[in-house]
Each structure stands twice: as structure tokens, then as C-alpha cells.
Design a protein around this ligand. Structure first.
Ligand code: DAH
Length: 344
């Protein structure tokens, strides 16, 4: 076979080879095989030295032609392989926009936060501002300046977690009263509420928890009367438990108020007739309140002949439990989403 024929054969073979090549690695290998320094065409080029001089240019020209053509096969194959890779990638990444979406569950506020916010809204509507106090509190503010000196028997009602002799986890939100009195002696009137966590050494059960939540309210002014307190309590009771509610004040005792009252609300379940919720009495006890004890005012530097005040303290859990018929206080702390989601 003469050289030219051989070259045609190489060309045809290369055409077929590049047409079939499928991977870019293979493509590079084939390129080297045909067009590389030690490739098929190079061998033919080195054979050229044996040709008669007059044939050399023609043969060189032919090799060049073939080289260009094979290069063309290579380029075509390259384009084809790249295109195929893109198509494959596209098909793998394809998104079916007609598939149903994944539902994203939106969170919601915890029931205790909801009750706090509901109460805050009502009080803010009555002109109160919201104040916060620390959960690690001085014995001085938690007890002593609230008319509960060290030896006072009423301290037993609030079994405490002490950190040092003078420092404890606050047992109620009432120390915020003292803090507010001390901070505002020249900025009267005082009208604040303070929601927050409190701690007592209780054994946890259906109705008790070693940590729970209270809201405190304090008003101090030149004139602040028990009837103002009563009006406030009635408003809160009706906003929280329904416009038909009545309230009833029973005499009670707290060292920091004088007189002190326990506040009952007519049962929202039976409308005061008597049911299991109110244990047949028609009334439900919801909070403690009273006129700020003169001793508390005086301890904070207020002249009790000039100033008067009233205060109240309510348990947030108790309000939530009553309002939503919850039978175990612990359900409010265990973060069981099946429970929490009921109050979305
Ligand atoms: N601090 C009391 C407690 O935790 C509740 C309380 C009663 C707060 C009467 C008050 C109040 O402000 O006037 O048991």
C-alpha cells in the first residue's frame, strides 16, 4: 500500500475513533495517539525522509491536511462530550416545580409568655410601665425591706434557695417593689409591673414547681386607695376571664401590705354557680394584694404620711392553668410540642 492510501486509512480510522469516544480522558488519550509527538502522524512524518525529494512537499502537505482534519474530529468530539456532561448535570439537578413543597412549621410563643404579654398589654393600657429585676436577689430586698426581718416567721411561707447568707434566688417578684421605690423617690408617681421567674424549695407535683413565674404590680402616689386597687383588680379579672366576672376580696396577711387581701374571681367555667373548677364555691382565688405597708415605704425612705401605695402579686402559671384548664403545672415546663402547639 502506498503512503497516501495508508494516510487515508488513518484518517478514516481516526474519524470513527473520535466519533465513538465518550469520556474526556479517552479523548485526550486518542488525541495523543493520533496527533501527539509520538503519535501516528509523527511516525509518518519521520518516514518522509525516505521519500524522493520531489514527493516530499506533496506528502508533507497531505500529512498537514490530515492532521487538520483529525484535529477537527477531535474538536467535534470535545464539543459533543462537553455538551453531554452539561446535559447530564442539568438532568441530575433538575427541580420538579410541580412537586408539593415541604411544610415549614412556624414556631409560636410559649403559653406562659402569651399570658405575660396579655397581662402586660392590659396593665400598659392602664398606664403602667414594665420593669425587670434580677433573679439572684439580696435578702435585704427579697425579705428585710419588705418588712420580713431575719427572724420573721412569715419567711417560712417562702422556703428559699440561698447562695450566701445575704444572697438568694428571689422567692417572689416583690423585691422589685423595693428596687423601684429606691430608684424613684424623686420621680413619683410609681406605676410599674414586673413579670419574671421566682424560685422556692418546693417538691414538684401537679400544682407546685421549684421555679415558677409571677407578675407584680406597684402603685405609689400621694393618693392611692384600696378602691383604686379594687377597680384595677376588677379590670384585670374581666379582661383575663371575661366581662361577666365579679371579684371578691378576703382579708389576708402579707408582711409587706396592710391591709392585705386575697382576691377571688367568680368562676368563668360555671359563672359562679359552682363546679369542679371552683370546687363548688363559685369563686377562684387568683392573687394576693394590699395597700403597701407603711414599714415598706419608710424603709425605702418615703414619708408614709405623705405617700400611699397598693400592690399585687399573681402567679402566671395559676392564671394559665385556670384559663386553659391545664391539669399539671409541669406540662408548662417540659417543652412537649404536642402540649405547646395547642396554644398556638
Ligand atoms: N409576694 C407574694 C407571694 O409571692 C404575693 C403578693 C401578695 C405580692 C400581696 C404583692 C402583694 O405585691 O401585695 O406570695
Amino acid at each position: 500500500m502506498n503512503l497516501e492510501k495508508k494516510l487515508i486509512e488513518v484518517l478514516n480510522q481516526a474519524k470513527e475513533v473520535f466519533h465513538k469516544v465518550e469520556s474526556s480522558q479517552d479523548l485526550q488519550d486518542k488525541k495523543a495517539e493520533y496527533l501527539g509527538k509520538k503519535g501516528v502522524l509523527s511516525t509518518y512524518l519521520s518516514d518522509m525522509k525516505d521519500l524522493p525529494v520531489e514527493e516530499k512537499p506533496k506528502f508533507g502537505q497531505a500529512i498537514n491536511d490530515i492532521k487538520n482534519q483529525i484535529n477537527g474530529f477531535f474538536e467535534d468530539a470535545k464539543t459533543r462530550i462537553e455538551k453531554a456532561a452539561v446535559m447530564k448535570k442539568l438532568s441530575l439537578e433538575a427541580i420538579d416545580v410541580t412537586l408539593p413543597g415541604k411544610e415549614i412549621r412556624l414556631g409560636s410563643k410559649h403559653l406562659l409568655s402569651q399570658v405575660i404579654e396579655e397581662l402586660e398589654d392590659i396593665f400598659v393600657g392602664l398606664g403602667y410601665t414594665v420593669k425587670e429585676g434580677p433573679e439572684v436577689e439580696l435578702d435585704l430586698y427579697n425579705f428585710e425591706m419588705l418588712n420580713l426581718p431575719k427572724s420573721h416567721p412569715a419567711r417560712d411561707m417562702q422556703d428559699s434557695f440561698y447562695i450566701t447568707e445575704e444572697l438568694l434566688l428571689r422567692t417572689h417578684t416583690s423585691p422589685v417593689q423595693v428596687r423601684t421605690l429606691l430608684e424613684n423617690i424623686d420621680k413619683l408617681p410609681i406605676k410599674i409591673i414586673c413579670p419574671g421567674k421566682v424560685y422556692r424549695r418546693d417538691d414538684d407535683d401537679l400544682t407546685h414547681s421549684h421555679q415558677f413565674t409571677q407578675i407584680e404590680a406597684l402603685v405609689v402616689d400621694h393618693h392611692a386607695s384600696l378602691s383604686d386597687l379594687k377597680g384595677t383588680l376588677l379590670t384585670i379579672a374581666r379582661k383575663m376571664f371575661g366581662e361577666d366576672r365579679q371579684i371578691r376580696l378576703r382579708p389576708s396577711y402579707f408582711p409587706f401590705t396592710e391591709p392585705s387581701v386575697e382576691v377571688d374571681v367568680s368562676c368563668h367555667k360555671c359563672n359562679g354557680v359552682g363546679c369542679s373548677m371552683c370546687k363548688g364555691s363559685g369563686w377562684i382565688e387568683i392573687l394576693g394584694a394590699g395597700m403597701v405597708n407603711n414599714a415598706v415605704l419608710e424603709a425605702a425612705g418615703y414619708d408614709s404620711n405623705v405617700y400611699q401605695g397598693y400592690a399585687l402579686g399573681a402567679g402566671i402559671e395559676r392564671i394559665a392553668i385556670l384559663k386553659y384548664g391545664i391539669d399539671d403545672i409541669r406540662a408548662l415546663y417540659t417543652n412537649d410540642l404536642r402540649f405547646n402547639r395547642q396554644f398556638k
